[in-house]
Design a protein around this ligand. Structure first.
Ligand SMILES: [Cu+2]
Length: 112
């Protein structure tokens, strides 16, 4: 940690989420309620996946990034960055591509 003058805002937590065929890592995803977090969501597979968690995004306060319909669609190699403050609760997360949830792309986001 670098020493320096005090900064007003608390540092934003960072969480990396990886999409592969066919899972989310980590699984489940654990976050802290009321704490701003910068989510980096990367698709490291060779096909399109999505990150569909409408309830989670609905109840979060989104500071940066756009999540239309509570869904991020990521092509092979793409990544998205969303900064938000989540609300306590357990939320379903899945990929809506045909068959992918069944193959393993279904988990929870647990906000403590
Ligand atoms: Cu998928």
């Amino acid at each position: 940690m670098a020493a320096g003058p005090a900064i007003a805002a608390a540092p934003t937590a960072r969480v990396n989420i990886v999409l592969t065929s066919h899972r989310f890592t980590p699984s489940p995803i654990h976050l802290s309620g009321g704490v701003p977090v910068r989510l980096t969501i990367a698709n490291q597979s060779g096909e399109t996946h999505d990150f569909y968690a409408p309830e989670f995004f609905h109840w979060s306060k989104i500071q940066r990034g756009k999540v239309p319909g509570g869904q991020l669609r990521l092509r092979s190699g793409e990544r998205a960055i969303v900064t938000l403050t989540p609300r306590r609760g357990s939320y379903k997360l899945k990929c809506t591509r045909f068959g992918h949830a069944f193959l393993g792309m279904s988990t929870m986001i647990i906000v403590h």
